[in-house]
Design a protein around this ligand. Structure first.
Ligand code: GLV
Ligand code: GLV
Length: 324
């Protein structure tokens, strides 16, 4: 008999078919308690769980006593209680490699659009303001050859460094838990402590996952250290930044602008002060959201679940130690 799984995210037809050749699939809209209650038997017997974004915690796991593996269509897994998974020997699979280049492209888009005010001036063209010509109040600031600070030198940080170094001639500073030889040798990235990075960078790019250690890593004190001309970019996770402090820093002119793909609360509430600041480019968490990459992530997550439930966890596994 095929193992049964719960799918809580829509998949392209061909990937759903691939999944169904291996598993009996129960599709649900989300993992809310009422949904779980409605499909209690399917949850109780499921050995696998596939989807993204929703919270997976002890409360849910208690309803899934047969669960052996969960697979998220994302690189980030801060929405999972990893300790609870470990305690129950449940594997957690993710998609760390397939989205790297796309997310780095998104970060460059944020860098360029915040510095050159692309969104703002394009809107002014659309409402007819160009007809009276443009002046210095339409100008931006340069990106090329400015100093880029990268906080978090993982795969995405490295792909960003490559773009910035070769494409834009930008000197690169980085801060990470350890030195990254490849970044230093290929892109002349210079390791420095967080304070030095914040003080010296023209663009401060945050590409960190959310963990207990990174929560509110950037707050009032850190914004005060940045240049008044600095542009702050966050494409990791919202809660790594104290958003109230960011809003103050933008309002008080402690930093020049921000480009944000992630927020403390998502979707961003319509009354967020960030939405009324002209010096903010806010994107709806689209770091990896291209047709190609979202397909590749879904495929990777499907294959990860097939591998995990067949005892193969050589790659893409957050907690391979529970397999033994
Ligand atoms: C997106 O934010 C991801 O974690 O894949
Ligand atoms: C990006 O989404 C990350 O988790 O590094």
């Amino acid at each position: 008999m095929k193992p049964s799984i719960i799918l809580y995210k829509a998949l392209p037809d061909d990937l759903l078919q691939r999944l169904e050749t291996h598993f009996t699939v129960t599709r649900v809209a989300n993992l809310k308690p009422e949904t779980v209650a409605q499909h209690a038997d399917a949850f109780a017997s499921a050995q696998g769980l596939l989807g993204s974004s929703e919270k997976v915690d002890s409360e849910l796991l208690e309803k899934m006593p047969q669960l052996r593996a969960t697979s998220t269509i994302s690189v980030g897994y801060d929405n999972f209680d990893v300790d609870a998974l470990n305690a129950r020997k449940i594997l957690l699979m993710h998609t760390p490699t397939v989205l790297t280049e796309t997310v780095a492209d998104t970060i460059m888009a944020l860098v360029l659009s915040s510095a050159r005010r692309v969104v703002e001036v394009a809107e002014r063209v659309k409402v007819g303001e160009w007809t009276s010509g443009i002046g210095p109040d339409w100008f931006g600031i340069d990106v090329h050859h400015k100093t880029l600070g990268i906080i978090g030198m993982g795969r995405i940080g490295l792909a960003l460094a490559q773009r910035a170094h070769f494409g834009f001639g930008m000197p690169i500073l980085y801060n990470a838990r350890r030195h990254h030889t490849e970044a230093e040798e290929r892109f002349q990235a210079r390791y420095c402590d967080l304070e030095t990075l914040l003080k010296e960078s023209d663009f401060v790019c945050l590409v960190l996952p959310l963990t207990d250690e990174t929560h509110h890593l950037i707050g009032k004190a850190q914004f005060e250290m940045m240049k008044k001309s600095a542009i702050f970019i966050n494409a990791g996770r919202g809660p790594v930044v104290d958003e109230a402090a960011l809003i103050d820093a933008l309002k008080n002119g402690e930093i020049h602008a921000a480009g944000l793909d992630v927020f403390e609360q998502e979707p961003l509430p319509v009354d967020s002060p960030l939405l009324s600041l002209p010096n903010v480019v806010a994107l709806p968490h689209i770091g990896s959201a291209t047709h190609e990459t979202r397909y590749n992530m879904a495929e990777c997550a499907v294959d990860n679940l097939i591998d995990a439930l067949n005892g193969k966890v050589e790659k893409n596994c957050v907690n391979p130690q529970v397999a033994s």
